[in-house]
Write a new protein. Structure first.
Length: 325
């Protein structure tokens, strides 16, 4: 037997030995604890989402799923960590609008590509931003708000947390409606919201879960939500889309992703577990109580959605000239 023939024969034998082991490992997945990296600090909405996913997947797949918070750089540090991780299904990412879509509009670009470097497994949920104003502000409806701002260019001050979903949503509305408003910078959503409540600034766009208690208590007036359809917890609040700007959509969303190259069998198992786990009314109720809409989509739909979101927010961010602090 020639050396070439011997080498080929050895390769065939090796593949016959290793392939069943690899297939068996995928079939047994997960055989040890799985880490879900949440690219933001503990205690926030993203952290709660990550822990809810961990609980649901743990129950469905009979294995421990543990959350690791890796905050910094608007989510880029933790997201890059997962992009460079071994693609074996044991390191996953809580993906979301900021770190997997909005960030791609900034210069310089992030050290990863959300389309190229990840397998997007399942979108968990989406929630609108809400335009809220202090009750002392004269506008009682979204149309009155638009009319007031156009009649008083440069006079409406809004709370702005740089590069947040509320910030880019405001820039998006300014672009499509031709509005001249002034962003007042804040380091976080809480202090900005406090100033709206106190009447120091008249209003802002922010996440629906943050303002729901204040709207219910009459301390804030909700003028519009940014989802295509009305939100169940804001049934009397119109959407921007139905109020003269068809197609306007700006929702905060989260999901589960993995490094590119993660075996298809592992992705399929995680996808099925997400869809089945979040069909449970108790799991859905935890999100719906805060105004989130549970999506629990499949991998194909989530991948397409992320691509659309990147294209949308790249255009908005670049046109607005938003820079990372």
């Amino acid at each position: 037997m020639s050396r070439r023939s011997l080498f080929f024969a050895l390769c065939v034998v090796a593949s016959m030995v290793t392939l069943p082991g690899a297939v068996r490992a995928q079939a047994d997945y997960p055989s040890r604890p799985v880490k879900i990296v949440v690219p933001f600090p503990a205690g926030g909405t993203s952290d709660l989402m990550g822990r809810l996913i961990a609980d649901v997947l743990g129950r469905e797949l009979k294995q421990a799923f543990v959350v690791e918070n890796k905050g910094g750089a608007g989510g880029a540090i933790g997201t890059e960590q997962v992009a460079r991780a071994q693609a074996d299904g044991y390191t996953l990412l809580l993906s979301g609008i900021g770190s997997n879509a909005i960030i791609h509009g900034f210069t310089p670009k992030p050290p990863y590509d959300s389309n190229r470097d990840f397998v997007h497994i399942s979108q968990l949920a989406a929630g609108p931003n809400v335009l809220v104003v202090n009750p002392a502000f004269s506008a009682k409806t979204f149309q009155e708000f638009i009319a007031w701002v156009k009649a008083h260019p440069g006079k409406f001050d809004y709370g702005q947390v740089n590069a947040s979903s509320g910030h880019v949503t405001t820039e998006y509305l300014k672009q499509v409606a031709g509005l001249d408003m002034v962003g007042i910078p804040y380091k976080g959503g809480a202090p900005a919201l406090n100033d709206v409540l106190a009447g120091q600034i008249p209003g802002m766009f922010t996440n629906q879960d943050a303002v729901l208690p204040h709207v219910k208590a009459g301390k804030l007036r909700a003028l519009a939500v940014t989802s295509i359809e009305r939100n169940p917890l804001y049934p009397d609040v119109p959407t921007v889309a139905e109020s003269g700007y068809p197609g306007f959509s700006a929702v905060s969303w989260t999901g589960l992703s993995a490094p590119k190259g993660t075996p298809a069998a592992v992705v399929a198992k995680l996808e099925a577990a997400m869809i089945k786990g979040f069909s449970d009314p108790a799991a859905r109720a935890k999100l719906e109580a805060s105004g989130f809409v549970v999506v629990a989509s499949g991998s194909t739909d989530y991948r397409r959605f992320v691509q659309e979101e990147i294209a949308r927010w790249e255009q908005v961010v670049q046109k607005a000239g938003i820079k990372l602090n």
